[in-house]
Design a protein around this ligand. Sequence first.
Ligand SMILES: [Zn+2]
Length: 190
Amino acid sequence: MSSTRDSKALPGDKLAVVEEFLLGKNVYEQSGSVRALLVGKVKVDQSKGEISVYPVKIARTPALGDLVTGQVEAVQTSSAGIRIYYINGKPTDQGFSGMLLMRGEPGGRGARRRTYVKLGDIVRASVSSTLNGIIQLSIDNERTGVVFAKCSNCGRPLTRGGSYRAKCDECGNVEERKFANDFGQFPIQP
Ligand SMILES: [Zn+2]
């Protein structure tokens, strides 16, 4: 990866205009501007024409009870893989992945399965176990859950919502997630 811009970015900082670059990691588009989603270093991948933000390093393993913030990189039926970018508010790029278990709704077979997270969402979660080296995450309390999500219909960032629903300002689409209680506040508090 080549890099021309090695500057530091804070969440919401304008990095470029959309005509200049494709959206890479940890950036989003708002009104024609490419903005940083996280605190980190701005990197440009010239071969792909992408601009990204990468968190700066700390060397620490997530431990039981830590609050971590990261991005949903895989979703299965009852679990989701979270790429961890922050541990207790401090950035890490050690490549930790956590497993978020999504319990089904009570009611047994035929009960509708709630959507807790979707691919690409930014989620704050607590570490509920590190048994066998697996970082198990939970979003059971009000402080934890999705802190940033985009509309599945039009791709705009969602800006407001309740505990389990958010309505897109742009297209009116109603999105279901398990939101953290500070969802919609900006900048995001990792
Ligand atoms: Zn929308």
